[in-house]
Design a protein around this ligand. Structure first.
Ligand SMILES: C[S@@+](CC[C@H](N)C(=O)[O-])C[C@H]1O[C@@H](n2cnc3c(N)ncnc32)[C@H](O)[C@@H]1O
Length: 289
């Protein structure tokens, strides 16, 4: 791949998915895109880039998907799910007792282990029976959403993080695979969504999980997404981030949830949360002008 091909890919990936590749990540691009070039009957990445430059839109979409990192597992990092069970769900159950409904957004849901872990937490809480609980799982990649929707996981996948009693309770074994039961699957709705673009149409949530995706973005993109996420949360709502992520030094729109590592609350009154344009829409607007 020539330096010009790499620059083309870097710029395109930043605009399309937010992925902020440093100058020394050529090996990563090569290892992810060479199989795609071969699948498309192209000899290598230069030819793949040439085809993209010539306007092969479907191929460009495949390149963006191939460059996403989809690593995930059930109850990842454990602590946020302990907080959910011990603190967040009981507090929200009390605060929402009159309306008896709870909305959760899992904003980079990958192959489903995270939204289904949340669904099992809500089910296990017991106190929410008879409530309308809605979990919206979104991701940029249609491929991971399709896998998530199937609710089918391999032996390896169910062995990563899922307590055995939940495996036995909520899954049915089918040969080498495990099928998640329909009642847990039915708690999760799936939608394709790019966090760079406007997501205000999803409405307001009580809990947002946005974990292990912002680490791939640059600071201005993170700040923009945090600011827009803050407008999607109820004033007493909770944002969960990944173990390596934080709002500190990036945005003032969230503050740490006291003594609950990885959890944050909105810092700004709902009335003054407004007027933030998504990075993705800015890019589209400036390209059009
Ligand atoms: C490392 S996984 C994290 C999955 C899960 N949240 C977890 O913590 O286990 C990152 C996910 O973010 C998705 N992603 C990457 N860029 C995105 C974007 N711009 N908008 C929405 N999702 C994106 C990827 O497709 C991938 O499934």
């Amino acid at each position: 791949m020539t330096p010009s091909d790499y620059e083309y890919l870097r710029k395109l990936l930043k605009e399309r998915s937010g992925l902020d590749l440093s100058a020394d990540k050529q090996y990563l691009v090569e290892s992810r895109l060479l199989p795609l070039a071969r699948k498309s009957s192209l000899p290598g990445i230069p030819e793949l880039v040439q085809k993209m430059r010539n306007g092969a839109n479907a191929l460009t979409g495949e390149v963006v998907e191939a460059m996403t990192t989809n690593e995930t597992f059930f109850f990842r990092d454990k602590i946020p799910f302990d907080h959910l069970r011990e603190t967040v769900i009981p507090a929200l159950a009390q605060a929402r007792a009159a309306r008896r409904s709870l909305r959760v957004w899992c904003a980079a849901s990958s192959t489903g282990q995270e939204p289904y872990s949340i669904a099992m937490c809500l089910k296990e809480a017991g106190i929410l029976s008879g409530w309308r609980t809605e979990i919206v799982a979104t991701d940029l990649s249609q491929a991971v959403l399709e896998k998530s929707k199937s609710g089918i996981f391999s032996q390896f996948e169910v062995q990563r993080g899922l307590p055995i009693q939940l495996l036995v309770k909520y899954f049915t074994q089918n040969g080498e695979l495990w099928q998640l039961n329909a009642d847990i699957r039915g708690m999760v709705q799936h939608r394709q969504l790019n966090l760079l673009q406007d997501f205000s149409h999803l409405g307001v949530f009580d809990i947002i999980f946005c974990r292990n995706v912002l680490i791939y973005f640059d600071q201005p993109t993170k700040a923009n997404i945090f600011d827009r996420l803050s407008r999607m949360l109820e004033p007493d709502g909770v944002l969960a981030l990944g173990a390596a992520e934080s709002v500190v030094g990036i945005t003032g729109t969230f503050k740490p949830y006291p003594e609950r590592r990885g959890l944050y609350r909105p810092n700004v009154a709902p009335a003054v949360r407004g007027g933030i344009t998504p990075i993705g829409l800015r890019a589209v607007a400036s390209a059009a002008s």
